[in-house]
Design a protein around this ligand. Structure first.
Ligand SMILES: [Zn+2]
Length: 337
């Protein structure tokens, strides 16, 4: 943590009134013109009567990044697509400010830039510099690090960061996906409505399926609004039995029995055969990302559980300085941020 202080950054966590940790990381620093700034990262809101951060950065619209709460603050910042996804998913109005996928936004004297991470539609990393020139990069979840810039402090995820766990090593099975598509004229893919369903549409278009795709209602709405060129997408009501279907995994059983059915997941515990298509980097991919952006220090903040600690240890073992959220010992009560 001393190294973060040397970089002009104070990382903080928060406790709630029950004394347990909130899903929270805040980063305090001085802006280039000397103002003290606090950015909350993928965190729930602080109650309105309490001092607020300068921004709630929302990297993308998956629930475990807490946009459902942060979107109700005028201080929230996310991409246009993430705002659309949050509004559709949670049926509430996004009250914050939006930024382009490769854009920038001024927050209290700091220019915050965005870089796509390929994780979901709208998912970006945030980047800014502080008063001593430390380049700070907050990635959220990452699938494709190719657009990410170099940095001094990397704040990142470790969803598959446990090198000793075989399930953290994988490759996307594009050939399996293609074979599944060709296995029958009636194929259904089980995919979560936000994230996987859009990836399924993109993959189908990439491998040359240009016919209609029938989708469950929320998946359809999200895909039509979030994808630039989704092609013809229709509701399940218009499904005449001879199309490709995309529905949430738990809805596969409601479709006709003669359809070929697959689940797009890394998990093996579904009744239907699974297709390994991930929205994430695997353990080696995460290390490659760190080497590419080449930080002096890495802070692993996501997800919950022991993977951030394991990934930080792995980075230390290969000579790269790293800590995880649990190592952050600046703890804020609700009354102070
Ligand atoms: Zn995610």
């Amino acid at each position: 943590m001393d190294r973060l202080i040397d970089m002009g950054v104070l990382a903080c966590r928060q406790k709630n009134s029950r004394g347990t940790f909130k899903p929270h990381l805040a980063v305090r620093f001085r802006s280039e013109d000397g103002k003290v700034c606090t950015f909350s990262v993928d965190s729930t809101r602080v109650p309105k009567k309490q001092p607020q951060p300068d921004a709630y950065l929302i990297t993308h619209a998956h629930s475990d990044h807490h946009g459902k709460s942060a979107m109700l603050s005028e201080l929230s910042v996310c991409t246009d697509k993430t705002a659309v996804a949050l509004e559709i998913r949670h049926d509430r109005k996004f009250k914050g400010k939006t930024v382009d996928m490769c854009g920038s936004i001024e927050v209290n004297g700091t220019t915050v830039r965005t870089y796509p991470t390929g994780h979901t539609a709208g998912a970006v990393a945030f980047y800014w510099e502080n008063d001593v020139g430390t380049r700070i990069l907050v990635t959220g979840d990452v699938k494709d690090p190719s657009a990410l810039p170099k940095c001094d402090l990397l704040i990142t995820e470790a969803n598959y960061g446990d090198h000793a766990d075989p399930s953290c090593h994988f490759e996307d099975d594009i050939e399996g996906f293609r074979s599944a598509l060709e296995s029958s004229s009636q194929v259904a893919f089980g995919a979560y409505a936000f994230g996987k369903a859009q990836r399924a549409v993109e993959l189908l278009r990439e491998i040359g399926h240009d016919g209609p795709i029938a989708m469950e209602e929320k998946s359809l709405m999200l895909s039509n609004r979030l994808l630039d060129e989704p092609g013809e997408l229709v509701g399940l009501g218009e499904f005449d039995g001879d199309a490709i279907c995309i529905v949430p995994p738990w809805d596969l059983g409601k479709l006709p029995r003669n359809m070929a059915k697959y689940v797009m997941t890394g998990r093996q515990d579904y009744y239907y055969p699974s297709l390994q298509i991930s929205d994430h980097l695997d353990a080696n991919g995460l290390v490659d990302m760190v080497e590419k952006v080449d930080p002096e220090m890495t802070l692993v903040y996501h997800p919950g559980g022991d993977r951030p600690g394991k990934f930080a240890s792995h980075l230390n073992s290969i000579g790269r300085g790293a800590v995880c959220l649990e190592d952050v010992d600046n703890i804020l009560g609700n009354e102070f941020l």
